[in-house]
Design a binder for this molecule. Structure first.
Ligand code: C5P
Length: 223
């Protein structure tokens, strides 16, 4: 049941990169007719914006200023930054790395908070990220922490890159994945960790559809 302080149902899905949470969250949102927030895209857009404007990724005030007025829009399946279609650009590994760096800056996280909370609208929201259940929507009705081994996640990312015609090294991907996990988990502000009341879902040996069904079952059990 949704609480009195939060009448709009929110489902949070947090977890490390390439755990499948984005796809699962999107499908859960579609199944329930809820809104969907890909919070990682906002950090990616912030990093891309900093790169384009020549702002150093460790310039906290400079990057936070960009994040506060991020001229980004989501239209259908595409993402735009200052009238440029950046749907593919924000998925590049370099931008993911940059996102992880700017996401460690407290002022950047603060600048993106209201923007994320604005997605909480009827009939409900499915939000995916790292701190959806612990910080941004701490009062969510159902929380899930989705994970998978670094090898399984690197394997999935490898497949995606190869399918898109990119070259990739599995060994390098495992190393990148572990470095990003370490940075996301070790940072002092909003580190990657499950909310105490989150359902832990290990998808190492689970397909997407089973994960979607498990999240839906968890949500329905809370109503
Ligand atoms: O989920 P995705 O890989 O797109 O996120 C990119 C980066 O943004 C993550 O590595 C993480 O550092 C950061 N992030 C975050 N908090 C969120 C979502 C993403 O710190 N809620």
């Amino acid at each position: 049941m949704s609480t009195a302080s939060s009448p709009i149902p929110v489902i949070t899905i947090d977890g490390p990169s390439a755990s499948g949470k984005g796809t699962v969250a999107e499908r859960v949102a579609a199944a329930l007719g809820f809104h969907f927030l890909d919070s990682g895209a906002l950090y990616r857009l912030t990093a891309l914006s900093a790169m384009k404007h020549g702002v150093a990724l460790d310039d906290e005030a400079g990057v936070a200023a960009l994040a506060a007025r991020l001229p980004a829009t989501f239209r259908g399946g595409s993402v735009w930054l200052e009238n440029e279609n950046v749907t593919d650009a924000i998925r590049a590994e370099t931008v993911g790395e940059g996102a992880s760096k700017v996401a460690a800056l407290p002022a950047v996280r603060a600048a993106l908070l209201d923007r994320q909370r604005a997605y909480c609208q009827l009939p409900g929201l499915v939000a995916d990220g790292r701190d959806m259940g612990t910080v941004v929507f701490a009062g969510a009705v159902a929380k899930v922490f989705l994970t998978a081994s670094a090898e399984a996640r690197a394997g999935r990312r490898y497949k995606q890159l190869i399918e898109k015609g990119n070259s990739a090294s599995l060994t390098a991907l495992v190393a990148d994945m572990q470095a990003r996990d370490a940075r996301d988990s070790a940072r002092t502000v909003a580190p990657l960790k499950p909310a105490p009341d989150a359902l832990l879902l290990d998808t190492t040996h689970m397909d997407i559809e089973s994960a979607v069904q498990a999240v839906l079952a968890h949500y329905h059990s809370k109503q």
